[in-house]
Design a protein around this ligand. Structure first.
Ligand code: NAD
Ligand code: IPM
Ligand code: MN
Length: 323
């Protein structure tokens, strides 16, 4: 029995995840889905955003489908999604950017760097320790090389080694691992790299980088394929895996029924691939193409359809393709 933990979270997470879950259920009636409630809403109600029991429930799953959580600016609140990535050791954040003329995958280190959580505040100074470890760099570099081998066998190593010593360390480890794995590589400074990705996406295939650079690069690259409503992601560790849209809880449009569910649906497709159903994942991709071709899209991508209308159209296309 395959067990999928479903976390809707906050804001539009509650609108796009039910759509993605329906599509998974359509393809796999035998899956067991169970809800895990975490996030800002839970924190407001109970004072805790994610309990140790919630983490245990997530550990029990074969895979996790995750929406988004709101991170309030309160200084005593740490984002639940960061807590989960860390506790489940989901060290590789894979963010494919795919669309017309664009096929890039950002491989973002997901557990350290500026997200070390080692931070302190003094009267006139606030500090965050950026931690880059050999283990963390080696394992993300290996993941990127494995992905590159199945694609063009080339890696771009995004870094800021011209300024930051910990980035010299990261870049050099990535180069060593790529040599070891027989993958060719280019190194590029993350600032000019981001612009070049936007201007010449065809030059890029697999890009490996540190935590915050990967966060920013992937949101910027969303511009190439219609915005944040389109980008899925996988958070992978050795034992656990969580699939979520790249976007957040979008409080500005939450509750209006107009959130684009494509990122969440594509995340569900990545979940299927990960647990071995590549055919199901391809079928979802085909269904998404058919739906977009029929002009059934939400306002962020130029259409007039609601979240539910897109979801219904994708479900109908999946049914047709299953016949
Ligand atoms: P966001 O991704 O929520 O929204 C940015 C912009 O993109 C907004 O204008 C929003 O309306 C639009 N957008 C995002 N997803 C969309 C979709 N599916 N359809 C249509 N439009 C969409 O980023 P933000 O506004 O910077 O952050 C809002 C909250 O979400 C914050 O609390 C942030 O911390 C949190 N966040 C959570 C996650 C996560 O849980 N993984 C990721 C990113 C941001
Ligand atoms: C993301 C988000 C998170 C991150 C935030 C909400 C903690 O922006 O998943 O990209 O910075 O990783
Ligand atoms: Mn982000």
């Amino acid at each position: 029995m395959t067990a999928i933990a479903v976390v809707e979270g906050d804001g539009i997470g509650q609108e796009v995840i039910p759509v993605a879950q329906d599509i998974l259920a359509l393809l796999h009636q035998e899956y067991e889905f169970y809800a895990v409630a975490v996030g800002y809403g839970k924190w407001q109600k109970t004072g805790t955003a994610c309990t140790t029991d919630d983490i245990s429930l997530l550990r029990d799953a074969d895979a996790i489908l995750f929406g988004a959580v709101t991170t309030p600016p309160a200084s005593d609140y740490r984002s639940v999604v960061l807590q989960i990535r860390k506790e489940l050791d989901l060290y590789a954040n894979l963010r494919p950017i795919q669309g017309e003329g664009v096929d890039i995958i950002v491989v973002r280190e997901n557990t350290e760097g500026l997200y070390s959580g080692i931070e302190w505040q003094e009267e006139d100074r606030a500090s965050t320790l950026r931690v880059i470890t050999r283990k963390g760099s080696e394992r993300i570099a290996r993941t990127a090389c494995q992905i590159a081998r199945e694609r063009k066998n080339h890696l771009t190593i995004g870094n800021k080694a011209n300024v930051i010593k910990s980035d010299v360390f990261f870049r050099d480890i990535c180069m060593d691992i790529a040599d070891e794995e027989g993958v060719s590589y280019t190194t590029a400074f993350i600032d000019s790299l981001t612009l070049d990705v936007l201007m010449h996406p065809e030059r890029y295939d697999v890009i490996v980088t540190t935590n915050i650079f990967g966060d920013i690069l992937s949101d910027a690259a969303a511009y190439l394929v219609g915005g944040l409503g389109m980008l899925p992601s996988a958070n992978i560790g050795n034992r656990h895996a969580l699939f979520e849209p790249v976007h957040g809880s979008a409080p500005d449009i939450a509750g209006q029924g107009i959130a684009n569910p494509v990122a969440a649906i594509r995340s569900a497709a990545m979940l299927l691939s990960h647990i071995g159903d590549t055919q199901g994942a391809a079928l979802i991709d085909d269904a998404l193409h058919l739906t977009a071709e029929a002009g059934i899209t939400t306002p962020d991508t130029g259409g007039t359809a609601s979240t539910k209308e897109v979801g219904d159209a994708v479900c109908a296309a999946v049914r047709r393709l299953m016949e």
